[in-house]
Design a protein around this ligand. Sequence first.
Ligand SMILES: [Ca+2]
Ligand SMILES: [Ca+2]
Ligand SMILES: [Ca+2]
Ligand SMILES: [Ca+2]
Length: 469
Amino acid sequence: MRQSIITLSLVSVVLIAGCMENPGGASGPEPLGQQPSAADYVAGPYATRGRVIATTDARQLGCPQCSPVPRILATPDLDGDGTSEIVMTLESFDTNERAINIPTRMVIVRANGAPYRGISQLPSRVHAREAVVGDFNADGVDDLFVAAHGLDTSPFPGEQNVLLLSNGAGRHIDVSQSNLPQIDDMAHGAAAGDIDSDGDLDILVVTGAGGGAARADNYLLLNDGAGRFSFSGGRNHMPANAVPDNRFLTGSLADVNRDGNIDMLLAGSGDERQASVLLYGDGEGRFDRRVTLPRSAFGSQTWTTDIDVVDIDRDGRRDLVLLNTGNFGGKYRGLNIQILMNEDGQFVDRSSQHLWGQDWSGQSRYNIAHNITFTDLNRDGAPDFVVQSLNPVWERQPGDLPAQIGINDGSGNFRPVTPNWLDANDGFNARQLLPARIGGRNVLVGHSLFGQATENGFRTYGQRLTVYR
Ligand SMILES: [Ca+2]
Ligand SMILES: [Ca+2]
Ligand SMILES: [Ca+2]
Ligand SMILES: [Ca+2]
């Protein structure tokens, strides 16, 4: 019964979407296509058995009353040895899944599970939303900016963002107070790029839900070259209709058309029925030429959580890959990967040609997918992808849940990795997959939930971080 209701609602979404304007292309959104069968799956890119290397626990990180949502935030290389460190956070929720305004301390471990000791005091935040890794002070060592959005419910007060800067390899300092503007801005997403061509990485901050107590619209952080950032309002850089808070969920900065100038991508929010857009940069900090990208198969009820710029078919033209969620009995549900091929500068939806079918029967079960990341997992030189999601990679059997790892055949066509590659037992040990590097090899990290069963369901304390190498 439940199955048929879900299928009907999915059909109606597709029908409605087909009637809507599609500003980015001549035809409507690509159909979802049938979901893959077991015969479509390919073997994993390397032989692995997951190994749990670390456990986080909110009771020891500042919020004993929390039943948090754990997150693997980023995998920077903080000591420059070619092996990633792993940054983890806990989003503050109570045992009734209500957001609470109590920060927990971030955790950084080495790839062997030992704590990263290069920073004396790790920052605490209520809800760290997205991290950006970059060398902001140009010393050759990764630094970390974290867009923190604070309490995840009304009145959405926001909270201070985080900046960890290197002081030589293997030493970092929390400069969130000294090197960033002091604003509670409800930062929902961020990206780094040298928007003004002066040689240093600047940061785009995309805000949501009123822009926090600061009422901040989307803005830029301009780097002085040493990792000290000054606030510059969005209107100084982009068209007026790209500036208001809540219109976009996050953004990317990359030179899409390879003219040497960094361009901006903004990921549309279904709250505003806002499509994703591409804004071409002039290399001097302005992004005035605007292209609206084609809608996903979820239509105007699409919440795009990530956009990557990557030449998937290696023809020299950079293509766009969007990670989309929809409204299936609640927003941020479902999973749709959208491939926009760069065809002489036009971005054309070729998802059904390049990807497996995505007409999953259980879209309402799929909780938010945050990120899609490209990396060469099987070492053939072509970029493969991994989706970071709250979902485990599979429930009980292949096909239960969306494949979250795609292997590139070298021509930009992706095959789904068999869902039990990472976890042959029950599938719940591989959530939140992110690429990392160990000894020069691209591998994956993920986690299972750490907690205990109670009368009211599973009480989460934190995560068991697992390395798949
Ligand atoms: Ca640095
Ligand atoms: Ca710059
Ligand atoms: Ca450009
Ligand atoms: Ca291409």
